[in-house]
Ligand binder design. Structure first.
Ligand SMILES: *Cc1c(COP(=O)(O)O)cnc(C)c1O
Length: 377
């Protein structure tokens, strides 16, 4: 088996795998499961620093994004889509699919969103029901400062949906301070459980907007309102994936017990960037570096496939390329969650040193050595 050093899915611990294989209760008829589900949700809310209710939905990260848009969008609503990356722009599709009218605010994909420029734009045009913003746009590694952007939008009465699928628990984030109305997370990124679950935190303002809709939500599965009374009625809208939720709970408990998780992500990420630049390779971004993924450009003289194949075949390490407009142009190292450890990343850079050498790409210095020097500072 290879090491999955990709920006999702990430490596899953034995404890999480075992939790998923436990004997399970009937999630429809056994009320202990309703308690277990709610406790898991409350733990997620606590770790994200919010009193807002968390809901876990049976579906991959994308379901959270779609359910948030489906639940807030009514026909012809104007929605501000903040786009400086692939997931950022992608929100426009969900908005349009549910009858909304997306306004795509496009900014440089190599720079973190500039709040001052956004403020100038909002001064002139702020007639939006809600806005979408991506905290960490994983295909390019872009981190946006939602702690500034979301409160700015809120000042204009604009609700916010934040995609934190690849950053939640790996980057400092307080949903309360950032005033995020709906935050979306996923099981297979920093959380380090297998793919299959998404979770959302829903503010009182978002609930009010959902409850005061004039038209019904045009979906059952991608719909946050169907969970409204689950606890009171001890009834889920559909049979919950109980084993997946056992695994998620174990993973979330590991995060809760891991006091150094944010510092470790920061340290590993900084050292990774130093290894890349010190070796003479080029990071994709100019600003807004996420602590969960490092993205560097494929050097002249080779291809992404050659690098990825050599890493996998010779070293049993899987890295990722990217997609859409970044296809073929960059390599991504995922150092989120259970991947964000010094030993795993040392092995990655050691293998990259050898891979580049084999492919005839000369590096200025050893990435492994640069990483080790930087990580120990
Ligand atoms: C992984 C991820 C998702 C979930 O989407 P998939 O492409 O299906 O994995 C959503 N948003 C972001 C920013 C992600 O990194």
């Amino acid at each position: 088996m290879y090491k999955m050093m990709t920006p999702g899915p990430t490596e899953v611990t034995e404890a999480v795998r075992s939790a998923r294989s436990r004997e399970f209760v009937n999630p429809d008829l056994d009320e202990t499961f309703v308690e277990f589900y709610q406790e898991t949700c409350q733990l997620i809310s606590r770790l994200l620093h919010t009193e807002n209710e968390t809901l876990i939905l049976g579906g991959e990260g994308i379901l959270g994004l779609e359910a948030a848009c489906a639940s807030l969008t009514e026909p012809s609503d104007r929605v501000l889509v903040l786009d400086n990356g692939i997931f950022g722009r992608g929100f426009a599709d969900f908005v349009a699919m549910y009858g909304g009218n997306p306004y795509i605010y496009s900014a440089d994909t190599r720079e973190t969103l500039n709040a001052e420029e956004l403020r100038k734009f909002l001064e002139k045009d702020h007639d939006f029901k809600y806005a979408t913003v991506v905290h960490g746009d994983t295909p390019s590694g872009m981190l946006n400062d939602v702690s500034v952007i979301c409160p700015l939008l809120k000042r204009y009465g604009i609700l916010t949906i934040t995609d934190a699928v690849s950053t939640a628990f790996g980057e400092p984030l307080s949903v309360t301070d950032a005033q995020i109305d709906i935050l979306c997370g996923g099981s297979q990124k920093v959380v380090s459980a297998p793919p299959g679950l998404t979770f959302v935190t829903v503010s009182q303002d978002a609930k009010r907007a959902i409850n005061s809709r004039k038209t019904p939500i045009a979906s059952f599965y991608a719909n946050l309102k169907v969970f409204e009374n689950y606890y009171k009625e001890k009834w889920f809208p559909y049979t919950m994936p109980v084993s997946d939720i056992y695994g998620l709970r174990e993973a979330i408990e590991q995060i809760a017990a891991d006091k150094d998780i944010l510092i470790r992500h920061e340290r590993i990420a900084k050292a990774s960037r130093r290894a890349v630049t010190g070796a003479g390779l080029k990071l994709y971004q100019n600003s807004g570096f996420s602590n969960t993924v490092t993205v560097f450009e494929v050097p002249d003289g080779t291809t992404d496939t050659a690098i990825l194949k050599t890493m996998l075949k010779d070293h049993q390490i899987m890295l990722a390329g990217s997609f859409d407009q970044l296809k073929g142009k960059v390599i991504r190292i995922g150092h989120m969650g259970n991947n964000a450890y010094q030993d795993k990343m040392t092995a990655v850079f050691d293998a990259l040193d050898q891979t580049m050498k084999k492919l005839g790409i000369s590096l200025k210095d050893s990435m492994r050595e640069l990483f080790l020097q930087a990580v120990e500072e």
